[in-house]
Design a protein around this ligand. Sequence first.
Ligand SMILES: [Ca+2]
Ligand SMILES: [Ca+2]
Ligand SMILES: [Ca+2]
Ligand SMILES: [Ca+2]
Length: 430
Amino acid sequence: MRLIQSLPLSLVLAAPLSTAIAADRSGERVFAETSPGLVAVEAEDYFAQTKIEKRAWFLTSASRLPPVGLPDIDTSHVAGAGGGAYIEVLPDTGVDGRKLTPGENISDPPGAMAAAHYRVSFATAGTYTVWARAFGTDGDDNTLHFGLDGEWPSSGARMHTFGGKEWRWASRHRQHRGRITLEVPTTGLHEISISMREDGCELDRFLLVRDAAFEPVANEPGPAALYTLATEPFAEASPGVIVIEAEAAAAPTGWEFVETTPQPGGTGRGHLRWTVAGQGQEAVDDSVLSYSFRIGTPGTYQLHLRSRMPDPKNRPNTLDPDGIVWVRFVGGADAPGAFALGENNWVKVAILGHPEGWTWDTHADRGPPHPDSPVLRMFNSPGVHRVEFAGRSHGHAIDRFVLRRVDVPRPRLNADEEHALLALPISPRR
Ligand SMILES: [Ca+2]
Ligand SMILES: [Ca+2]
Ligand SMILES: [Ca+2]
Ligand SMILES: [Ca+2]
């Protein structure tokens, strides 16, 4: 299938495509050793993708295929894929016998295009050999890069996978033919990333192995991944800025995870939606979404929540069509002149006006006449705190939120400022 040969991903995906409710994969997974010195990672369980303007990793499983219309040279290879799923860089326009275009269908620099990110907890520091279980249909589908903690060392770059039209393990540099390795500097949580070298690369699993002599059985799926759900607090992505995807929390009762196709302008793997019928319900304990974060830069922080109401035309006679969620903070202090937002003070968050689609409009609201009112919390010293949301009205969706230190609160942001919030990198956990 080669329907569109040169359209950038942003154009291919301009129309809404295959947004589907998957089996719940909300919550961020932290992969750990399956046996001493060996970590197995399921490729489809990334927590975020970046650099997806032209290419992205798309999921294939028994129930889910990449969007129709993305150029690809072959069909599903889900049979034999570990965990019943794999990911592939699409569109695939870099095809044997055609001219390759750097920055489009090939990226020799690592980390520059279609990066997917994983959280891995290491029990031992040191040098790890990286093995990839990949499927390459032609000679322009069978390379990728590996990185660690935002760096792309040459030892992890330019892996040449098997590429022989079947799932098979490999660890081989495409030029020197030696193993692909990453140096893990400390025990504990690290971010492992993959990025595109050639489009059409299909990845099922990868292994990080301390034993340089270890070799997985070439044509077997290998060890299943072991993981827990991440609980480490989110740290500042830059001084005074914390960025969290709503779906980083496992969806509790009443919330559903809506997984979306990776596309420019989308954030994370999807969003959470409140499914309980009715409007204006009270906060219920077992439906609380809880996110812990670590303040390193004391000050007053403003919450910006990216959300979407199901019916922007609801109640046209009022500024507040319907409150989105409840919010409260555990830790910190009330900001002078702002709403009390402590542990015992659930406050309604409202989108004011009637914006269509996703919006960053975020106001603490106690009813008419609905004045602009930023959601603020003061943190006077470094430490770990929590922000929590509870469902309020049916169909409201939350995608990501930003906590940002402010000298002067901004009740409303302009379009450029909102776009900048969308582009912020997700906070690390530590
Ligand atoms: Ca393919
Ligand atoms: Ca290709
Ligand atoms: Ca897999
Ligand atoms: Ca999201």
